[in-house]
Design a protein around this ligand. Sequence first.
Ligand code: 3DU
Length: 216
Amino acid sequence: MVALDVTDENKAIEISREVFQYVDAIKVGYPLVLSSHLSIVDRIKEITKKEIICDFKLADIPSTNEKIASLTLRYGDGIICHGFLGEDSIRAVQEVAKKYGEKGNYKKVIMVTEMSHRGAIQFIQPVADELAEMAKRLKVDGVVAPSTRPERLKTIKDIVGDIPVLSPGIGAQGGDLNKVLNILDEDDYIIVGRDIYESENPGRRAQYYYHILKDR
Ligand code: 3DU
């Protein structure tokens, strides 16, 4: 999954065209959407025909989460939420996704457990296992867990079982793909941003990851 955190709409489209054949999904977040519009998701989808996940890390009370999710899922195939707000905040997003599902549009609700940066050790790591247990209980469609700490990735993966894991931290954040390859299954994703979109040739860089994952 490529993280398209560029702040120029044209650049985002250009990179999408270069990398789409090597990725399973595209993640957009605030950098791109705030510098353009949420409808950029439609444009990228039209070009790539790939799953687009909106990484808005929802972290609010249920009624606000619900509003944000309703607007976001008009465009994206999935949305990423924080888990530490508690069960009701996640359920509110799942309710929105369910309504879209009833109309035939499956939408994924993905929950952050532990983040990949150093600061995550301070507050979120101590409760991350509990967050993973909650994610499993709520049957979310995916959880985010760090490639920068393979042992934590493994623990969280063991807790969530068959829920797919999305793992950021490879490349620019120092995570080593070789150290997580034997932890991740076929349904899991690695998330790579800067190492692809800041490279001289994003297409070739995405292809590099594609081959490693495909040939393992
Ligand atoms: O470090 P990169 O440039 O490869 O980008 C990683 C992406 O994943 C980026 O969009 C960031 O916001 C997101 N992310 C994390 O890096 C860590 C998390 O725990 C969750 C999401």
